[in-house]
Design a protein around this ligand. Structure first.
Ligand code: NSP
Length: 212
């Protein structure tokens, strides 16, 4: 039988593929992405990280096992450490001042992510939280691991790939999928709804990078 998470992905395949094969991803691997595009994307993504941590907190609160809470806690530690530090080093390398990183307004996809993560947390339904987490991490793992491409030279590009393709991250995505495969079928409608909207936001987020 097809796993529940795979059913969700298949139901949104066209949008999923448009995001996973996005121009942003192609240019990131090629190392040709415009600095202005990368800077605009990362400023917005640092805001994404903030609401994402809130959602991880809600996963800790709604998970039904101690083991799952430990996994989310360890992942939150990585995001608050290595991933956050990457943003700060990338901002410095791209010449993004603290003032600019704070003052640039939230774009519509950023606001959309903040809203859906708040909404998923407010449901206090583990399946809704897992649906959004699965899209955010599995879709990124998908593009980062596709085709086993060589890494770009510049650390700003290369580390954005390796943050989403390394043993710890790949294990976490496998865990997220196993959790949603276990919990999701009993909450199919809510899982489909949050998953579909989150995939659309991922595509919009990449598109928005080119409005730099
Ligand atoms: C918009 C977005 N989606 C997903 C990820 C993966 N953590 C991210 N950094 N940003």
């Amino acid at each position: 039988m097809t796993a529940f998470t795979e059913q969700l992905r298949q139901a949104n395949l066209q949008t999923w593929e448009q995001a996973a094969e996005h121009r942003f991803v192609q240019e990131l691997f090629a190392g040709t992405i415009d600095d202005a595009v990368m800077a605009h994307y990362l400023i917005q993504d640092h805001r994404f990280l903030d609401s994402f941590l809130t959602l991880l907190g809600s996963a800790i609160a709604t998970a039904d096992t101690f083991e799952a809470r430990l996994r989310f806690g360890r992942f939150a530690g990585m995001v608050s450490g290595d991933e956050n530090t990457y943003f700060l080093r990338a901002f410095e390398a791209l010449g993004v001042s603290e003032a600019r990183s704070q003052q640039e307004p939230d774009t519509a996809p950023t606001q959309g992510f903040q809203a859906i993560m708040r909404e998923a947390a407010a449901t206090r339904n583990y399946a809704a939280v897992l649906a959004v987490l699965n899209v955010a991490e599995w879709l990124y793992q998908d593009w980062a691991t596709r085709g086993n491409k060589p890494l770009p030279e510049h650390f700003v590009h290369a580390e954005w790939v390796t943050l989403h393709n390394n043993p710890f991250f790949n294990d976490f995505v496998a865990f997220l999928r196993a959790e949603l495969d276990r919990i999701g079928p009993a909450h199919s409608d809510i899982a489909h709804d949050f998953f579909r909207r989150a995939v659309a936001l991922e595509l919009a987020f990449f598109d928005e990078a080119y409005n730099a």
